[in-house]
Design a protein around this ligand. Structure first.
Ligand SMILES: Cc1cc2nc3c(=O)[nH]c(=O)nc-3n(C[C@H](O)[C@H](O)[C@H](O)COP(=O)(O)OP(=O)(O)OC[C@H]3O[C@@H](n4cnc5c(N)ncnc54)[C@H](O)[C@@H]3O)c2cc1C
Length: 475
């Protein structure tokens, strides 16, 4: 389609997508003095800020506060007793969450302004590798640039027999519910489904999880996921593992999800809502990707270790280019690409990309697990230190099931993997990643004074234990 009277904008760098990949790329490009245009069809912040990381963590916080108050009913806990049950106003909670999202999205706009990035609102459609048309509110604009950074992100994938409609929600709709579903079935026991499912369980929904694999969070090993499974079971969440969601059927005045279970045959689960979180796919449809002559690798855009695509000066970053589909990976790639365009020598070769599940308890994984190390033929020593022996964990009522596990090479004692499960362990992910990025050996971790009382001491003690000299562990 040709648009006859389109105005033309030119730039050195055109970034498509204002998520954590695209907006960071644009800010860094602007800081480096590159004339940069960013095109975003929606609000600034992308999946992460508008309908992902941030709103989900805000909701989890609300749910945890509510749960803590419920646990204080009657005789109470920690000497705190409430006489009346707390009331949850989900619409008000969502407004609080939306306030955080608004503030952060406005912050991104201000940062882009400060970096002198021109932001165009509208959907970009490419006609060739370096030219797109943006359908903005003031009519069409043609944008041409020397460099194009594709940061179009990803979208939720529905199961073919369970399209997003009616009571079947993606994470986006679940994060905007104004009334608590009484019966919620989560299809897909990955981190997005379990984070949100746990939050709804804390807020009072009756939650059932249907997962096709025999375990929840199948990307993590059982030692890490068992505490999460135990929490879910204690919270009254029913797990159907090795089970398949077949589709919705009418049930009285409402609807039921039909599930093929591993041991009880076909069952019907009456529902108020189904949250389907079976996966996400790169967003490659509807914006002229095919016109760009850029190659794919499977479902993703093919890139090298500098995020170059097969087309000269077309770059791709973030969820568009593959796993892990995480915000901090997208941002790191965006920053790198801007610097390469500005003439810096950079390559995307992180020692580790931390992954965090904000479940109950939280899980962190950085670098190689013991199984992954063995699969790569690396001779490793592995040990873990329990939260139960850490003062801070006990003061946070978090001593029960947590631990930090270290994986180190046997020959030079270099740390190549750190995993942890426990309340608040997400906050240790930075220290873990730094240790791997700096090539720490066990002695480096053991020789670093960790503040007392903190959960970081568990990491310190795990290194001491692996060196055969733990200080705070009885026999
Ligand atoms: C519920 C949920 C929770 C999550 N929690 C976490 C978490 O805790 N930690 C974490 O690291 N990650 C988390 N993620 C994943 C994280 O959101 C993504 O990895 C991250 O947003 C990817 O960033 P991106 O820049 O590649 O793409 P996106 O954030 O998807 O941004 C892409 C942007 O491009 C825009 N766009 C696309 N095509 C066009 C076009 N043609 N024209 C104009 N604009 C266009 C879109 O509107 C979108 O705003 C979560 C995701 C979900 C859904």
């Amino acid at each position: 389609m040709t648009i006859p009277s389109a105005k033309t904008v030119t730039a050195k760098v055109l970034v498509v997508g204002g998520g954590p990949g695209g907006y960071v790329a644009a800010i860094r490009a602007g800081q480096l003095g590159l004339d940069t245009v960013l095109v975003e069809a929606d609000r600034l912040g992308g999946t992460c800020l508008i309908r992902g990381c941030i709103p989900s963590k805000a909701l989890i916080h609300v749910a945890s506060r509510f749960e803590a108050m419920e646990q204080s009913l009657g005789d109470g806990r920690f000497g705190i007793a409430l006489d009346l049950p707390p009331r949850l106003d989900l619409a008000a909670a969502m407004r609080w969450k939306d306030g955080i999202v608004d503030r952060l999205s406005g912050g991104v706009a201000a940062l882009l302004r400060k970096a002198k990035v021109r932001v165009l609102r509208g959907w970009a459609v490419f006609s060739d590798a370096k030219t797109c048309t943006v359908q903005g509110s003031d009519g069409p604009l043609t944008v041409r640039a020397e460099h194009v950074i594709l940061a179009n992100g990803s979208e939720p994938v529905p199961l073919p027999n369970l399209p997003f409609a009616g009571p079947v929600l993606s994470s986006t709709e679940a994060l905007s519910l104004e009334r608590l579903p009484r019966r919620l079935v989560v299809v897909g026991g990955g981190y997005i489904g379990l984070e949100l499912g746990s939050a709804f369980a804390k807020m009072g929904s009756t939650v059932t999880v249907v997962e096709a694999q025999p375990r929840i969070l199948p990307l993590y090993d059982a030692a890490l996921t068992d505490p999460v499974r135990r929490w879910l079971e204690r919270a009254g969440v029913t797990l159907h593992l090795g089970a398949r969601a077949l589709g919705m059927e009418a049930e009285g005045n409402g609807q039921a999800l039909v599930v093929q279970t591993a041991d009880s045959g076909m069952i019907r689960l009456p529902v108020d809502a189904v949250l389907s979180t079976v996966g996400r796919r790169p967003r490659l449809e509807g914006w002229g990707f095919e016109a760009m002559g850029v190659e794919r690798r499977g479902a993703f855009v093919a890139v090298d270790d500098q995020c170059r695509t097969s087309m000269r000066n077309v770059w791709a970053i973030g969820d568009l280019v593959g796993e892990p589909m995480l915000a901090h990976k997208a941002s790191a790639q965006g920053e790198m690409v801007a610097e390469i365009i500005a003439g810096h020598r950079r390559r995307f070769a992180p020692a580790a990309i931390p992954a965090v599940c904000f479940t109950e308890p939280e899980i962190v994984s950085v670098g190689l697990s013991p199984t992954e190390a063995s699969a790569q033929g690396i001779d490793v020593i592995v040990d873990q230190f329990p939260f139960a022996a850490n003062g801070r964990a006990l003061t946070l009522d978090a001593g029960e099931s947590g631990f930090v596990r270290l994986v180190a090479r046997r020959d030079d004692r270099r740390v190549i993997g750190i995993q942890a499960v426990g309340t608040h362990v997400s906050e240790l992910s930075g220290e873990f990643a730094l240790a791997l990025e700096m090539g720490a050996e066990l002695e480096d971790v053991a020789g670093t004074i960790h503040a007392h009382p903190t959960l970081g001491e568990v990491f310190h003690e795990a290194a001491l234990k692996l060196l055969g000299r733990p200080l705070h562990l009885g026999s």
